[in-house]
Design a protein around this ligand. Structure first.
Ligand code: 5AD
Ligand code: SF4
Length: 504
């Protein structure tokens, strides 16, 4: 079977205006398909197709022999995993990975668009790349990831950083061999960004970072359209992988000796909604539970779709870890409404109660945005009170960053930046206090630690993570690296625990 018919596959052609621009820039020879946020917003009823016949074209299988590649990754785990796929593609073309940018023949920046500061880092890096490219004009510089999906970014790169050789989008990763070949032999910049989500391409080669923990995509895209968020535009509509493909991948990882799998999706709780049969994340977890792999996590969840069936399955435990990352974004129902989150403060607290009742030892972590347009002091206080009530053990906290093309970016915002910064500081102080308290609970307890390697600060100390994702440092022989071992906790800091290996 080469593919499953779920929808028509499509590339999006340039509009006439875009085509004109392409002509003006003398780019008629090279591929030129820039992004279009309006198209990216559309959600068509058609289903997607799953392709099983991916192959690197014969003439590109040796193109990278004696050449090196370097990929710098920004942003979330989804991007980290996309980098593993691009590394797989490049390796299959004969390239070797290097840690030194100056040694590379191909440099890719896998970018993140979630907040302005993420984008600024990439533009800063582009500034550094210019002299490198001048020194070695043969090096191919490519920009990919979420920023490539934004029109404004693509135009800015074309105008201000014309030395860039290729720009390709999140739906075009499997096209890397073709685009690279074109970039190597074309003078003009190669731009291929499909704004309509691509099909699901199975069997792409991957070079995973590490041999203990693996990321596995279960779905792509997001249909929630929270008013602040660029992700539904950069990652397209929700598309679930077929359950058997995910199960097969996890079984394979177990056979290869991996100890932990994190299931990935922008909104994993929507898993299965787009499939033609009745199947959800709960069903998937129930099947994965039976695979002989010690740890299974998933990220990231949306409270709206977190159903009772899933809670019941997670409560069965075994290799399904009792750590749930459940972004709340705000503790104020009014702010949640304007964020279009589709849940209230009360809905969230009810869900947390349900989870805590069925999974008493659950660790909850979250994401929070402060300073959403016109957030009042009272509304911010509601966020602090929700953090206390739930007892989050960790939170990723952000100041709201307007993203061009999203509804919230068009709203007038009267809250001064100074106020936003001081709210963030107060929130972080509270979150850090709760993290420290949560860490102290472990003193004198014996926890299972997946030993990942030597501590970064001290070679004599080993480092690993508990089931709740707490970092543990402890002195023990190096042969334990790669194993899950019991450690008795003796000391707690805000971000890490210290302990002793329990030998018996
Ligand atoms: N500004 C600030 N934070 C944002 N996030 C998403 N979009 C924005 C934005 N425009 C945060 C949310 C999300 C996390 C991945 O990033 O908290 O859960
Ligand atoms: Fe963005 Fe998450 Fe909301 Fe989707 S659910 S729009 S990824 S914040």
């Amino acid at each position: 079977m080469n593919e499953i018919q779920r929808t028509k596959s499509s590339g999006v052609k340039p509009t006439p205006k875009e085509h004109l621009e392409r002509m003006r820039k003398g780019m008629t020879e090279a591929t030129y398909q820039p992004p279009d946020l309006r198209k990216a917003k559309k959600r068509l009823k058609q289903d997607v197709m799953v392709h099983y016949d991916f192959q690197i074209p014969l003439d590109m299988q040796k193109i990278g022999i004696n050449k090196h590649y370097y990929i710098r990754t920004y942003g979330c785990q989804m991007n980290e995993h996309d980098t593993e796929v691009m590394a797989g593609l490049l390796t299959s073309m004969g390239f070797t990975q290097t840690d030194k940018m100056s040694q590379a023949d191909v440099i890719l920046l896998n970018t993140c668009a979630i907040r302005e500061n993420a984008e600024n880092k990439v533009f800063g890096e582009l500034g550094h790349l210019k002299p490198l490219k001048k020194e070695n004009p043969d090096v191919i510089v490519g920009i990919c990831g979420c920023m490539s999906q934004e029109e404004a970014v693509v135009h800015r790169i074309m105008r201000k950083h014309p030395f860039v050789d290729m720009i390709f989008g999140t739906h075009n990763i499997h096209r890397l061999p073709h685009l690279l070949k074109e970039a190597m032999f074309q003078k003009a910049m190669v731009v291929e960004v499909w704004s309509k989500e691509g099909d699901i391409i199975e069997n792409l080669p991957k070079v995973r970072k590490g041999h203990l923990k693996a990321w596995v995509n279960i779905m792509y895209g997001c249909d929630k359209f929270c008013t602040y968020c660029i992700v539904p535009y950069t990652r397209g509509k929700e598309r679930s992988r077929m359950p058997e493909d995910i199960i097969q991948e996890v079984k394979q990882l177990a056979q290869e000796g991996y100890k932990e799998v994190t299931l990935l999706g922008q909104n994993v709780n929507a898993y299965g909604k787009d499939l033609a049969f009745d199947y959800s994340l709960g069903h998937l977890m129930d099947e994965l539970r039976l695979i002989d792999i010690p740890r299974i996590r998933f990220t990231t969840s949306h409270p709206k779709d977190f159903d009772d069936h899933l809670i019941d399955i997670l409560a069965k435990g075994k290799n399904l870890l009792h750590h749930i990352h459940l972004p709340v974004q705000s503790g104020s129902s009014d702010i949640l409404r304007v964020m279009a989150r589709r849940h209230t403060r009360e809905d969230y607290l009810t869900l947390v109660k349900k989870i805590q009742a069925k999974i008493p030892n659950v660790t909850l972590t979250t994401d929070i945005i402060v300073g959403f347009p016109n957030e009042t002091d009272e509304q911010f206080e509601e966020t602090l009170s929700l953090v206390r009530t739930v007892g989050f053990e960790h939170a990723f906290t952000f100041i709201y960053s307007p993203r061009e093309g999203t509804p919230a970016a068009r709203w007038k915002d009267t809250t001064p930046m100074e106020v936003k910064k001081s709210r963030l500081q107060r929130l972080n102080t509270l979150v850090n206090q709760q993290s420290k308290q949560a860490m102290e609970k472990y003193i004198n307890q014996v926890v299972d630690v997946l030993v990942e390697g030597e501590s970064r600060k001290n070679e004599a100390v080993l480092a690993g993570y508990t089931e709740q994702n707490k970092l543990v440092n402890f002195k023990a022989p190096k042969h334990l690296i790669g194993q899950i071992v019991p450690v008795k906790i003796t000391e707690a800091k805000t971000w890490s625990l210290y302990g002793e290996w329990v030998t018996e």
